[in-house]
Design a protein around this ligand. Sequence first.
Ligand SMILES: [Zn+2]
Length: 261
Amino acid sequence: MAEKSFQYQASIDFHTHLPLSPIVSFTPEIAKLPDINDFLKALNDAHVTEAVLLCGPKKEAMRDENENLARRVHSLQRRFKLMAWLNPKYDSAADLQDLVKENDFHGLKLHPVFDKYKLSDPIVKPLIEKAIKLEVPIMIHSGWGPEGSVQDIGKLAEEYPDGTFVCCHMKEEYGLNERFSHIEMAAHNTNVYLESSYIPHPRRLAEAVEILGAERILFGSDYPWGAQNIAWEKTKVTAAQISYDDKKKILAENAKELLKL
Ligand SMILES: [Zn+2]
């Protein structure tokens, strides 16, 4: 396949949201609830055949929101792999177990910045330990505040070597050695995948591949907040100076393996 046709390669977007409840704390521009048809169009325009799908934020127990999302996309389930966004302040390990076992959820998502807790807080442990027991990946938001510290994700991954972690967003941020901190953290923790949304430039992705290899990098858009135009976020992968095989891994193969598809 020619290099330029890569934009048309069927892909898996590892990070999308379909919020169903109003989001009061976001700016009006990004608080708007996306219409499911707009969402499907954005996926189709980007040649995204499957997507990891999460609910929207809620400042309270989140189990219901996850169940509502599962009902909302029930007829489209082949296209979406649901992950349970849970808040350790309100949601229990039993909630995660039910969502995975009864509702076909494929993993856990934690957002310590929006839900305001530190990853080092012991309240996080039951959810992490349950996810490991269920053998599902743990997605964690990074960036935008001290609770989103990339180093804290690294510490958690070190504490739980049997867990499989996905560090969401490759937002520009530097570590102590002035190296891109996401790459530095993942280099030290081989049980961490990096999800690509917010990566500032295709060059940064090529740097990550050079240091880590392509096997632990996943294409993600964080629709609708990262990019309402998913194709634009995908371009940062397709435009990177990396091999054909590496692009295939990042755009679909790694996700398939991780989600056991
Ligand atoms: Zn997210």
